[in-house]
Design a protein around this ligand. Structure first.
Ligand SMILES: Cc1ncc(COP(=O)(O)O)c(C=O)c1O
Length: 351
């Protein structure tokens, strides 16, 4: 009845494409269930092409990957204050370290990447702590120093890069040896080759989606997720028919309504009234409130029948119907749309 189709071949091809634009390594970011695409399946698919490294947020995600037999390099960067960090060394998981407490509770020999806050104001050591930090690390070797950009504007990105350079210089002053420096996620990896350093950390681009909200993606990537459902009911209704909770839509004339069994329980945004889905290559509007299990489409006089497949988003429809368009209809972004997709809808894998 519902299907999330994930093309692992597209994910591998996107990874190779990103490899081709950089002389350094590519970390594929598979956190949050690989942005809704299925963490284990995506990690296994990328391992087949010798992925340089995989990135996740939580230690729990990293452990899940190791338990599933993933042997690629693995890094995580949001650490539970109560976590036993010694498991990281035991399972060869590299840690992104953002606090002095974390630094002090590490098992000797754990591979760490020091996160420096160069402007985003989230995780990472504040500039005010850099002297203390690099004094504490003086004369040691760390696997990495990294930071994350705010993607606010070109000038803000450049400011962050210059702040990152200051952190690297301070580390050098204190004799801290750094194996890898990394700063760019998908947007900067695509826009600025001189932000690549030794590794780029790409998430959204691996899934073939556009990291930019305000411009088209020039790089040819292939969206990996296609979401569809089969019409559970189709009926002719008269003019004046109210549709869904609150009657936010009332038919103006006799028309054909179809019920798509894909609701906010599956990650369809509740406010996406007016978004258009595809039936037989043509687009039709979602009308009335999206509910937990379903939404309604007005097909006019088109010949829709029960069991017909409606594509909610996916590649191959003239560039329309992307996760980005669905995100826009919900005042959100493609990242949130794909990450929330799931619920009762099974994932089927191609390639
Ligand atoms: C630290 C870090 N690096 C890289 C990424 C990947 O970002 P993107 O999906 O924009 O490539 C994320 C995602 O939020 C992140 O938190």
């Amino acid at each position: 009845m519902r299907e999330i189709r994930v093309d692992l071949g597209a994910i591998r091809a996107n990874y190779q494409k990103l490899k081709s634009i950089t002389s350094g390594k590519v970390m594929a970011v598979v956190k949050a269930n690989a942005y809704g695409h299925g963490m284990l399946e995506v990690a296994k698919a990328l391992e087949q092409v010798g992925v340089d490294a995989l990135g996740v947020a939580d230690l729990g995600e990293a452990l899940e990957l190791r338990k599933a037999g993933i042997s690629s390099r693995l890094m995580c960067w949001i650490l539970d204050p109560e976590a036993d960090l010694s498991v990281a060394k035991e399972h060869d998981i590299e840690l992104g370290v953002s606090t002095f407490d974390q630094l002090e509770s590490l098992e000797p020999g754990t591979k760490i990447h020091i996160k420096v806050d160069t402007g985003l104001g989230r995780n990472g050591f504040s500039t005010l702590d850099w002297d203390r930090l690099f004094s504490a690390l003086a004369g040691t070797e760390v696997q990495g120093i990294f930071s994350h950009l705010s993607n606010t504007s070109v000038s803000d990105d450049l400011k962050q890069k210059s702040s990152f350079e200051k952190a690297l210089a301070k580390a050098a002053e204190h004799g801290v040896r750094i194996v890898e420096r990394h700063l760019a996620a998908s947007a900067a990896a695509i826009s600025y080759p001189d932000f690549h350093y030794d590794m780029i950390r790409t998430g959204i681009a691996i899934y073939g989606l556009n990291p930019f909200e305000d411009r088209e993606l020039e790089m040819r990537l292939v969206p990996a997720m296609r979401v569809s459902a089969k019409l559970a009911n189709v009926k002719r209704v008269p003019a004046g028919q109210g549709v869904s909770y609150g009657y936010r839509y009332v038919t103006e004339r006799e028309t054909t309504l179809g019920v798509v069994p894909f609701g906010y329980g599956e990650g369809m945004p509740r406010i996406s009234e007016g978004y258009e889905v595809a039936l037989g290559g043509r687009l039709y509007p979602v009308v009335g409130r999206v509910a937990m299990d379903q939404f309604v489409v007005d097909f006019g006089d088109a010949p829709a029948v029960i069991g017909d497949e409606v594509v909610i988003f996916g590649p191959g429809l003239d560039g329309e119907l992307g996760a980005q368009e669905l995100g826009l209809s919900a005042k959100s972004i493609n990242y949130e749309v794909v990450t929330r997709i799931g619920g009762r809808a099974p994932r089927h894998y191609l390639g």
